[in-house]
Structure formats: structure tokens, C-alpha cells
Design a binder for this molecule. Structure first.
Ligand code: ZN
Ligand code: ZN
Length: 358
């Protein structure tokens, strides 16, 4: 089915063939999880050219694909391989966003003008936007592990621990319970560090009464999760914390109530942004509201002031408003949701609590 839809798009783009090198796209189309290889898709055939490390793996993971054993010499053999697949003298697309200039120059040298290389973008990424049930199952498991890690940390973390300690506890909880890896390095940002949306956890000691932003996610069967919660250990040091926390939650709830299939990324983003701007904090919410999540932790579609396109049914996106006050700290609350015709289904189950009693 995925190949059928890809071939329709290749026809629209006047392509006789397509070379796929982005790892997530290779996996999405063929099931191949190896780190190297080129998929070659034509109107009637699909092949995977890779090296000897993966010959057996391809036979197991990609039974419907022709294995082309090129060793480490794909570039030298490229013209022959494409000719054997009927692509001599034809137009063959490549993924412009994922082929380096050096690689393209070597390909062109190898093909000597006997095949026309055409740059394409987002052909496979567009197909990946709407998730099927099997993909949603993997995503739900990745989300559940992040939820479990947060539930554990809510009871475990104490003032006096460092950001790094908490980050490792979150990471090891997800890993020991079944994550194959992290979606990205865990973020634990306490006090003023929380004003940096993508702070790295360091040796800073977490104090009672200050905001702590925790952003984490893991990978199950290739699919990612991504969740953020902000908590304060014990009574907040100032009144601003609850004001900001409640405002961010309200912005998130407003967006989750309003996003549905067919809305543009721009309008989805605006739902939350208007709430935050209306309360006078607009300049402190600098990033987009959300991004797609799937085989990649950041993928299309986006809920963003820079994304005018429509959000399709089946898309999995984050809803993650935040307010970042320099010198004070930040609050971000992030859920993952599936976009449906009538609204969203929230996948994230981690409790939203501003204060953990200590
Ligand atoms: Zn996140
Ligand atoms: Zn995110």
C-alpha cells in the first residue's frame, strides 16, 4: 500500500525511478532497519542495494524487495544497477534534503549523463504523516514508557538532586522497561535553566520551590515518543509559577480542544498562542506549538506559525506551549495527540501536576 501510494506520487512528479537514502524512509517503505543502503523504486520493481553486512537481514526484513549485492561499491556500479532495473536514459529522483553535495557529485560522475537525476523533497515524508494502526500501536507503547518514567520520577525526585541524576533516572527507567533508545537526550532544566527551551541537564542542584522542566521520549519498534512536564518540588518560591503554569495548561487545553483534521498548522498554533498573548506573555513563547512525531521525533506536519499546510487525519503531533522568562525559568507542558476528523485523541497519560508535595 505504501509503495502504491509512492508510485502514484512518482507518476505525478514524472519520475521513472526514485532513490531513497533517508533511514526513516527506507524503513517506512521496506521494513529495512540497517544503517546503510539505497532503495530503488521503479514503476514495477523495488530493489535494495546494500553491503554484505545486511544481505541476510534484507532477505528476512524485506521479502518483497530484490536484493542488489553491491558491497561497498554502489557508486561505481550505480549505472549498471539502474540499467538492470530499466532506468537507463530515464529520470530518477533522489532525496534532495538527505543527499550531500559530495554524494550527488559522485553519483553524477558515475552516471555520466546516462540517467537524469532529479531532486525531490518530501515524497515519502508526506506519506508518513498519516499513521496506520500498526504505527499507532508502536507510538502508544513509546508514549506509555515515557508516562511510566514520569510517574516514577514524581515520587522519586527530591530537592538536592542534580539535573543529571534526574535525567539518568528517567532514561534508565525507559530503557529498562523496554525502550530501544531515547528519541533525544532527556532535558531536565531547573530554576533559571528552564528559560532555555532546549537546556542540557547539568550539575545544577534542584532546589525546592523552583520550576523543573522535564522533556523526554523513547523509541519502540522505530517509533518515537515526546512528552514534557513541569513540576515544582514543594511550595513555589513565588506566585508567578502557578500563574504561568496554569496559563500554559490553558493554552494547551484550548489547542487540544480545537485542533482537528483539516485545520492548518498556522491556525492550530494560533489557538494556543492567542491564549498566551492575551495574558501578556506572547513574547515569551518563541517556538512553534507542536511537531509531527513518528519514525523521526520531529517530522511533518507542524502546528506552527511557519506551517500554512493542512493537518491530515491520522497525523500524530505534539501540543507543547511554553513560557520562558529569562533569569526566572520556564514552564512547558507537552502531550502527543492523534488528529482525527472530529478532534484529537490525547495519547499522553502522564499526570499534569504543578506541585509535588515534599
Ligand atoms: Zn519534547
Ligand atoms: Zn516536542
Amino acid at each position: 500500500m505504501r509503495l502504491v501510494r509512492l508510485r502514484e506520487r512518482m507518476v505525478e512528479a514524472n519520475l521513472d525511478g526514485l532513490l531513497i537514502t533517508r533511514p526513516e524512509n527506507r524503513r517506512y517503505l521496506s521494513g529495512f532497519t540497517g544503517s546503510a543502503g539505497v532503495l530503488i523504486v521503479t514503476a514495477g520493481r523495488q530493489a535494495i542495494a546494500t553491503d554484505s553486512r545486511y544481505y541476510e537481514q534484507v532477505k528476512v526484513q524485506c521479502p518483497d524487495w530484490e536484493l542488489v549485492e553491491v558491497g561497498y561499491g554502489f557508486e561505481e556500479q550505480m549505472l549498471d544497477v539502474l540499467r538492470r532495473l530499466g532506468l537507463g536514459g530515464r529520470s530518477v529522483g533522489f532525496e534532495a534534503e538527505y543527499v550531500t553535495v559530495g554524494q550527488l557529485l559522485r553519483w553524477e560522475r558515475s552516471l555520466q549523463g546516462h540517467v537524469a537525476l532529479v531532486n525531490t523533497s518530501h515524497l515519502v515524508e508526506d506519506l508518513r504523516m498519516s499513521k496506520d494502526e500498526e504505527e499507532l500501536q508502536a507510538i502508544r507503547r513509546a508514549v506509555a514508557l515515557a508516562d511510566e518514567a514520569l510517574a516514577h520520577i514524581y515520587g522519586w525526585m527530591q530537592p538536592g538532586m542534580t539535573e543529571r541524576q534526574v535525567a539518568w533516572e528517567l532514561e534508565s527507567t525507559m530503557r529498562t522497561r523496554g525502550a530501544s533508545r531515547l528519541s533525544f537526550e532527556v532535558i531536565v532544566a531547573s530554576g533559571p535553566n528552564g528559560a532555555l527551551p532546549h537546556a542540557r541537564p547539568g550539575d545544577r542542584v534542584i532546589q525546592a520551590g523552583e520550576p523543573v522542566v522535564m522533556d523526554l521520549g523513547c523509541v519502540v519498534d522505530g517509533y518515537c515518543s515526546d512528552v514534557t512536564r513541569t513540576v515544582c518540588l514543594g511550595k513555589p518560591k513565588d506566585d508567578k509559577y502557578l500563574e504561568v503554569w496554569n496559563l500554559v495548561l490553558k493554552a494547551q487545553e484550548t489547542a487540544e480542544a480545537g485542533v482537528k483534521a483539516g485545520i492548518t498548522g498556522l491556525d492550530g498554533d494560533k489557538l494556543a498562542r492567542d491564549v498566551i498573548a492575551g495574558a501578556g506573555y506572547g513574547e515569551y513563547f518563541g517556538h512553534r506549538l507542536g511537531h509531527g512525531v513518528g519514525l523521526a521525533v520531529h517530522e511533518d506536519p507542524n502546528l506552527s506559525f511557519t506551517y500554512p499546510d493542512v493537518i491530515p487525519a491520522g497525523a500524530v503531533v505534539t501540543v507543547e506551549p511554553g513560557i520562558y522568562l529569562p533569569g526566572w525559568g520556564g514552564v512547558r507542558i507537552e502531550d502527543m495527540v492523534v488528529v482525527r476528523e472530529g478532534g484529537v485523541e490525547v495519547l499522553t497519560g502522564a499526570a499534569k501536576v504543578p506541585i509535588l508535595e515534599r
